[in-house]
Design a protein around this ligand. Structure first.
Ligand code: FNR
Length: 382
């Protein structure tokens, strides 16, 4: 395969290009990876009703959410350390998202810091926050996100403790001899400018994203991972939303909801939206797929807040399936990171074009001409 014809083709291109420990980090899920597989398989099984003779010459794929108009009902999900897979990777992805007219969400644990991404784009992007033990650091991060002009805060709540990913042990990313050994093996011989050489090795200036200030100077990726392990706060609870609301006055989206009761609690507490998510099958293995969890949640929540979803979306058709299942907006996780890894900004831009083209075909063949018209009536119910 020389050229990607579908978004999923970038997975194979990324596999060929990336050192194994980076590919496995993106590709893998937790434990036996049952949930990771379910996310994809359950979505694939959703059958749509084929409808004909509806004049589908014009299909409108644009939407509006949290006060902003977007060209697609699609955004780039927060992915930690995505910037390791291409030089200044998050900047490249944010640029591609902006050009496509969709939101990019920067992870707390990105390789590029907030201000760097802000300088690279002209429109607001979103910021994802984890609950960090050090509240002063969190405050500082929220102020930086404000200063960077971020238009929405995605508060991820499904990682009070990290799930174990066996592939990271097998690849050498996790556990002895640790990340630095693996990094050095790969990068010592690397000569291609695609690689993110400047993330903290070879004595180059250290750019460890948003956590650089707490790590101090002269630190490497080992310290970065140790910081992640030690600073995520397992005491996180509903009352912490108040702490965030005190500092952040923009929309707050709670990411990592998989249960109807939690969705209703999020609505009750005044969240502007939720992301129905199981962290791409990287946390509690065995939980239901998001395609399975979404419909009852969307129904229970109604119009009280926006319902976003991610997990297993591999094509524009999958986006359409999620919309029919009740989502207002769909996030892409691995899909953009594979493309970034294989072909940088151009790769991400291409994936977004492919998604849009596939969405338009799926809309035409289901007889739906605008995003707001999606609902369960497009689903085949046996
Ligand atoms: C993630 N995800 C994630 N979520 C988050 O809120 N903050 C983060 O830093 C990360 N980091 C991260 C790293 C990697 C390598 C992956 C694959 C995922 C979860 C992500 O936002 C999203 O929920 C899933 O990726 C969605 O599933 P798909 O689209 O990858 O199947």
């Amino acid at each position: 395969m020389r050229k990607a014809a579908s978004a999923l083709d970038y997975r194979e291109l990324a596999r060929r290009r990336l050192p194994p420990f980076l590919f496995e980090y993106i590709d893998g899920g937790s434990y036996a990876e049952a949930t990771l597989r379910r996310n994809v398989a359950d979505l694939e099984q959703i059958a749509l009703r084929q409808r004909v003779l509806n004049d589908v010459s014009v299909t409108d794929v644009s939407t509006e959410i949290f006060g902003h108009a977007y060209k697609l009902p699609v955004g780039l999900a927060p992915v930690g350390l995505a910037g390791m897979n291409a030089r200044r990777g998050e900047v490249q992805a944010a640029r591609a998202a902006e050009a496509a007219g969709i939101p990019f969400c920067l992870s707390t644990v990105s390789a590029c810091p907030l201000d760097e991404v802000a300088r690279a784009v002209t429109k607001p992007f979103w910021f994802q926050l984890y609950m960090i033990r050090d509240r002063e650091f969190m405050k500082d991060l929220l102020h930086k996100a404000k200063a960077a002009g971020c238009s929405a805060l995605v508060f991820t709540v499904d990682m009070p403790v990290p799930g174990s990913r066996y592939r990271d042990y097998h690849s050498g990313l996790a556990g002895a001899p640790g990340i630095m050994g693996a990094m050095r093996r790969v990068w010592q011989g690397a000569t291609h400018p695609h690689w993110a050489w400047d993330v903290g090795i070879h004595g180059r200036p250290h750019q460890l994203g948003n956590v650089a200030p707490v790590l101090g100077k002269n630190t490497g990726l080992e310290d970065f991972f140790a910081w992640m392990r030690n600073n995520f706060d397992p005491t996180v609870s509903w009352k912490d939303l108040e702490f965030i609301r005190d500092i952040w006055d923009g929309p707050v989206i709670i990411k990592g909801i998989l249960d109807k009761e939690d969705a209703l609690a999020a609505a009750e507490i005044g969240a502007d939206g939720i992301v129905v998510s199981n962290h791409g099958g990287r946390q509690l293995d065995g939980v239901p797929s998001t395609a399975h969890a979404l419909p009852p949640i969307a129904e229970a929540v109604g119009d009280r807040m926006k319902v976003l979803v991610d997990g297993g979306v591999r094509s524009g058709l999958d986006v359409v399936r999620m919309l029919a299942l009740g989502a207002d907006f769909v996030l892409l996780g691995r899909m953009w990171v594979y493309a970034l890894s294989a072909a940088g900004e151009k790769g991400v831009a291409h994936v977004l074009q492919l998604i849009e083209a596939e969405m338009r075909v799926a809309m035409a063949l289901t007889g739906v001409t605008k995003v707001a018209d999606f609902n369960e009536s497009q689903l085949v119910r046996d």
